[in-house]
Design a protein around this ligand. Structure first.
Ligand code: GRF
Length: 204
């Protein structure tokens, strides 16, 4: 399946998806990396790897989110994209793009949803004193950081963790679960049944 990865910054999850998709039997091809920021670091890396890149700069739309999304949607269509993977894409989406890509758009969030939606997840996990933290890949729905969960990975929270140390531990698990979740979606093994996703696999 032709897949676009949408980024705003560093793009380490993007890189993990690109690496995984290089395997010959992987069911998704990363056909486009699209950023809302022209200076996103991940764009350079994608170019080095020979992947098509695009920029739709949200600043060109003077706050009109839907106009921005219409351009994003048009670029996705130009590239004949079938699946969208948000990877550190820092824009809140309107129902327009969410509905246009319903069941075909996934996101990674650095927390064990439904805990810690939104930003600063690692700081809040430490404040709350949770002993397990992690990351979630989910289908994108109209509510932010909501939608049927495809995969999760957990890590321990240790006594002397700082937000940065914890973030690095979670990031490692993100790089493991995102390629696996995209594989489940692109192969058709992930099936949405109401609020739940079944994958037909016994793996956690
Ligand atoms: C990741 O922690 C992701 O979960 C969050 O933003 C961060 C993006 O990192 N949504 P990167 O750009 O993939 O390196």
């Amino acid at each position: 399946k032709k897949t676009a990865v949408l980024i705003s910054g560093r793009g380490s999850n993007m890189s993990a998806l690109i690496s995984a998709a290089m395997a010959p039997d992987y069911p998704a091809e990363i056909a486009l990396v699209l950023s809302n920021r022209p200076d996103a670091k991940g764009l350079e890396h994608a170019k080095e790897l020979g992947i098509a890149t695009g920029v739709v700069d949200h600043k060109d739309f003077s706050g009109d989110r839907e106009a921005f999304e219409k351009d994003v949607d048009a670029v996705l269509k130009q590239h004949k994209i079938e699946l969208v993977a948000l990877a550190g894409f820092m824009r809140i989406l309107t129902p327009f793009l969410v509905n246009a890509w319903s069941n075909r758009m996934i996101n990674i969030h650095p927390a064990l949803l439904p805990s810690f939606k939104g930003l600063a997840t690692h700081e809040r996990a430490l404040e709350e004193g949770v002993k397990l933290h992690g990351a979630t890949v989910h289908y994108v729905s109209a509510e932010m950081d909501d939608g049927p969960i495809i995969a999760q990975g957990a890590v321990p929270v240790l006594d002397d963790d700082t937000p940065d140390v914890l973030a690095a531990r979670v990031l490692e698990i993100e790089h493991r679960i995102y390629p696996r979740a995209l594989e489940l979606v692109a192969s058709g093994k992930a099936k949405v049944a109401g609020a739940r996703v079944t994958t037909g696999s016994v793996e956690g």
